[in-house]
Design a protein around this ligand. Structure first.
Ligand code: HEM
Length: 329
């Protein structure tokens, strides 16, 4: 069966909230250290911004079951995108890493989920190049980030001490397998990997590149991804289709286990266009100060599952420590 189901359910263990707040504090610890050393604080993860750019999201006429929240009716929205590396510090683009696209849709009416920010006008989606993550829990995620801070040689023993040798080996193996060379964002398929509500349903999102995949790259050097974006956008727009796949049942589309890929089909909802543009330092700087956060969401698109609940603590703390800008109007 692939019919979207309303039968999804979160499973929240006793004491989870306190545990997640503690993990968030561990994750953002280096920000305090950077601040006290007078260094640029930056993000706890996805520190390196290749480029920030103005974009546009055109919501299409979608099938009946997808007419909820942002996708209730066709409309065109202004948006910001932030292209990043995953690491919590500045490093060469040739280093193996996660990559990110942060999408902030502007001018979105309707009640938002973060207490105190209900009247904000933004809906964010955060994408990475893999449809799953190797971590079953936030403990495994933050444990990995912390273990990796000691350098590659100490990673495995430190990580094994934290999550057990079996899990440590299996996670590191999976990371090595899925962290393939990434030389351009053009033609890259990107995933939210974890679910959101979708009105009465639940869904995960992806960005599917539009048109022919021209992934030939002429740029090189430590910051080749930024140079590549700059070069391409000077000549032509970059386009993706935003699509959703819906929760069907707990076995094939699990809400609480982010290591399992969903098998349900995708429905195209909108077209994301980063228009042809000369990238402006001013926009780039503005976007560096913004907070891309999956919880900047309509009530109809509230994030779901353990990893999303962990992010509800981590992003708020990281953005507070680095004094991120308020939500743009
Ligand atoms: C599937 C899961 C995840 C995805 C797709 C994801 C994606 C991203 C992306 C794209 C960014 C960069 C946002 C920007 O450009 O500003 C980011 C930042 C960040 N992520 Fe995640 N992430 C995931 C899981 C997590 C988890 C589990 C945690 C911690 C418990 C976490 C903590 C952070 C933090 C602290 C930042 C920096 C926030 C800021 O200061 O703006 N992420 N993530």
């Amino acid at each position: 069966v692939t019919t979207p189901s309303t039968d999804w359910k979160e499973n929240i263990p006793e004491g989870e909230d306190a545990a997640l707040e503690k993990l968030a504090r561990e994750l953002v610890e280096p920000l305090r250290a950077r601040a006290s050393e007078g260094k640029s604080v930056g993000r706890a993860l996805h520190f390196k911004q290749h480029t920030g750019a103005k974009a546009k999201l055109e919501v299409r006429e979608v099938p009946e079951h997808a007419r909820h929240g942002l996708f209730a009716r066709p409309a065109t929205y202004d948006a910001y995108v932030r292209f990043s590396n995953g690491a919590g510090r500045h490093q060469k683009d040739s280093e193996p890493d996660v990559r990110g696209i942060g999408l902030k849709v502007l001018g979105v009416g309707g009640r938002k989920v973060i207490p105190g920010l209900e009247d904000e006008q933004t809906q964010d989606f955060l994408f990475i190049p893999t449809p799953t993550i190797p971590f079953r829990t936030a403990e495994e995620f933050v444990g990995f980030v912390s273990a990796a801070r000691g350098g590659p040689l100490l990673l495995l023993p430190r990580y094994a001490f934290r999550v057990g040798l079996g899990r440590a080996i299996s996670i590191v193996r999976r990371i090595l397998k899925t962290t393939t060379p990434f030389r351009t964002f053009a033609g890259a398929r990107m995933f939210t990997a974890v679910p959101n509500r979708f009105g009465p349903f639940a869904a995960r999102f992806k960005l599917e590149p539009v048109g022919e995949r021209d992934d030939s790259v002429t740029t090189s050097g430590d910051d080749s991804l930024a140079a590549d974006l700059r070069e391409r956008l000077a000549k032509a727009p970059l386009e993706w289709d935003l699509a959703a796949q819906f929760f069907v049942d707990e076995k094939t589309t699990p809400i609480e286990d982010a290591t399992v890929d969903w098998s349900s089909p995708f429905t195209t909802l909108a077209r994301l266009t980063v228009p042809r543009q000369e990238l402006e330092p001013k926009t780039d700087e503005l976007i560096e100060t913004l907070a891309f956060d999956p919880w900047h969401a309509l009530a109809e698109h509230r994030p779901l599952g353990h990893i999303m609940r962990a992010r509800n603590h981590a992003y708020r703390l990281s953005t507070m420590e680095r004094k991120a800008a308020a939500e743009p109007r």
